[in-house]
Design a binder for this molecule. Structure first.
Ligand code: LMR
Length: 354
């Protein structure tokens, strides 16, 4: 049974890889005037969101820096919007060498044998991005990146998107509002537990299938940072956006260690330097893009933005508290303690959030 599933997956990946090669050949032909005919290194960067998001902007900046600094010797092909691989197969594709870089959300690593990454999903854990960065840009973040090697990934850095808001066809302000709502979540056990604690029915779906599921009514609502909400075209389907700010969404940029080992030392340095700059840009843009998305949604006819009173927020927060206790063991009590220490007001500052 397992062997059959494995063969099917291999076949699926092979077919997609073939498709990607054909797409890559077409793209290469289209841009051949600007590039040397044969790049020495090809780096395919696949992701699931739109180009005009913090992740999309980060990857296109990375591409521009790398190609310019290598004089086109290293070519970066960016495949946004689950064009090449989606949530279901991108990590296998990376392991098999069908792509060289990904930036999955931190919520998606738990399903791949790294439950400690689900610590970022704990609802109401972070108050702001400055707290997140004290974790991701400090020793705890470094430790987490190192743990990726357990699953044959090399972690290169963290990127913020921001805080998630709830959306549906009605406001979601109280537990009574959540009751029975089918709400899409990423494949994270913490997020499933969060929705259950609120009284909703969690539905795990790949990002690339969410819009369709909302359009057809398979699910009633979702949680997203507003830049994703806007660029996925969810506004016409989800007229009520409740600014719950209940959870964080961020990413880890990962590569295949075999690919990385195949690079020369100067190329590794070039790529690492370009990525650090691109991540800094993405992190500068993240809060700004979510604010711009809010401003756009506020102007949009048919979209209603709802805010929580302090009491409503406190009630939601206390309803999901058992999720923290329930997952302390699987994310690791020591890690949770380190994270809490890093975000506490007395913790030494690392990199400031804009
Ligand atoms: C989601 O699935 O909701 C997000 O992980 C999408 C993304 O990459 O921002």
């Amino acid at each position: 049974m397992f062997r059959l599933m494995w063969m099917q997956l291999q076949r699926r990946l092979f077919a997609r890889a073939l498709g990607s090669l054909m797409l890559a050949a077409l793209l290469a032909e289209a841009s051949s005037a600007a590039q040397p005919a044969r790049p020495e290194v090809l780096l395919r960067f696949s992701h699931v969101v739109a180009p005009d998001t913090p992740k999309g902007r980060m990857t296109s900046h990375f591409k521009a820096l790398v190609e310019q600094r290598s004089g086109g010797r290293i070519r970066v092909e960016v495949y946004p919007d689950s064009q090449l691989y989606g949530d279901d197969d991108e990590m296998e594709a990376l392991r098999l060498g069908a792509v060289e870089m990904l930036a999955p959300s931190l919520s998606k690593f738990g399903n791949y044998g790294l439950p400690e990454f689900e610590v970022f999903d704990l609802p109401f854990l972070f108050d702001d991005l400055a707290q997140v960065r004290r974790v991701t840009q400090g020793p705890v973040g470094q430790q987490l990146l190192e743990r990726l090697s357990r699953q044959q990934m090399l972690g290169l850095g963290f990127l913020d998107n921001g805080f998630k808001q709830m959306s549906a066809r009605k406001p979601l302000r109280t537990l009574a509002d959540f009751k029975g709502q089918r709400l899409r979540v990423q494949a994270s056990r913490v997020l499933v537990a969060q929705m259950r604690a609120l009284g909703a029915q969690p539905v795990v779906l790949p990002f690339g299938e969410t819009q369709q599921a909302l359009a057809s009514g398979v699910v009633d609502g979702a949680e997203n940072p507003l830049s994703n909400f806007l660029t996925q075209g969810l506004a016409p389907l989800q007229p009520d956006v409740t600014l719950t700010r209940h959870g964080y969404l961020g990413y880890a940029v990962v590569t295949n260690p075999r690919f990385w080992a195949s690079l020369s030392a100067p190329d590794k340095e070039l790529l690492a330097g370009a990525l650090a700059e691109a991540l800094a840009l993405g992190n500068r843009l993240s809060a700004q893009m979510n604010e711009q998305a809010l401003a756009q949604l506020q102007r949009r006819p048919g979209v209603r933005i709802h805010r929580l009173t302090p009491l409503q927020r406190a009630a939601l927060r206390s309803a999901v508290q058992p999720v923290h206790d329930g997952f302390a063991r699987s994310v690791g009590a020591d890690l949770l303690k380190d994270v809490q220490q890093a975000i506490s007001p007395e913790a030494p500052k690392t990199q400031s959030a804009d």
